[in-house]
Design a protein around this ligand. Structure first.
Ligand SMILES: N[C@@H](CCC(=O)N[C@@H](CS)C(=O)NCC(=O)O)C(=O)O
Length: 202
């Protein structure tokens, strides 16, 4: 199998962490892939009409996307270690993944607005609206942290990707100052090999 990823993408990072946590690193080749919403990557478009990463290419030529589908597929190959399979634990875990994906959507869209959109066309109210989603999401994660326990499943993997991406692209948010539980939790999980090896870079 091979996955289109890049080192800056927080959605690709979710998958890269899952590959490592699920013990699949020797079965998955990571292909560094450039993407941009305004300059679609023609090679990637053949596999994923949304032209986004992560995209997983199976050995039979089929493609799977997006990060949620890929993460759960990989976990199924590894015996379901990272996604609870039944009961409220499953729905809570999926909901936490959705929360983290939603924070990342807001952060990535803000990044595009500030880094790609021509300055004259930028819309501050829209940026502020996305920032409010990020702030609300962080507050919810801070409250949820006591329930993380020692678990590092798909919800917590999403949270690690959120905090790492904010450090990488939006250090001005200074989330540690107002989220002491997340600060302590992130310091601990950042020592895991899967998290260290996938730290975002440009
Ligand atoms: N919901 C998707 C989001 C993926 C996504 O937005 N990836 C970004 C990179 S972080 C991308 O490929 N952007 C290119 C584009 O929007 O055209 C997932 O979970 O995989």
């Amino acid at each position: 199998m091979q996955i289109n990823v890049n080192a800056a993408s927080p959605f690709a990072r979710k998958v890269r962490i899952v590959v490592r946590e699920a013990g699949l690193a020797d079965q998955v080749r990571e292909i560094e892939t450039a993407v941009s919403p305004v300059a679609p990557n023609a090679d990637l478009a053949g596999a994923n009409p949304l032209v986004k990463i992560p995209t997983l290419l199976l050995d039979d030529g089929r493609a799977l996307y997006d990060s949620r589908v890929i993460c759960e597929y990989l976990d199924s190959l590894a015996g379901h270690r990272l996604f609870p399979q039944s009961g409220m634990a499953r729905w809570q875990s999926l909901c936490m993944q959705s929360l983290c994906d939603g924070i990342l959507d807001a952060a990535v869209l803000t990044r595009y607005e500030l880094a790609i959109r021509p300055q004259a066309l930028r819309w501050q109210d829209w940026v502020d609206g996305q920032r409010a989603k990020i702030n609300g999401g962080l507050a919810t994660l801070e409250k949820a942290e006591p329930n993380f326990g020692g678990n590092f499943g798909i919800g917590e993997i999403g949270a690690a990707c959120v905090l790492g991406y904010l450090d990488f692209r939006f250090p001005d948010i200074e989330w540690r100052a107002t989220h002491p539980r997340l600060k302590a939790w992130f310091a601990t999980v950042s020592t895991r090999d899967s998290v260290r090896e996938t730290a975002p870079r440009a």
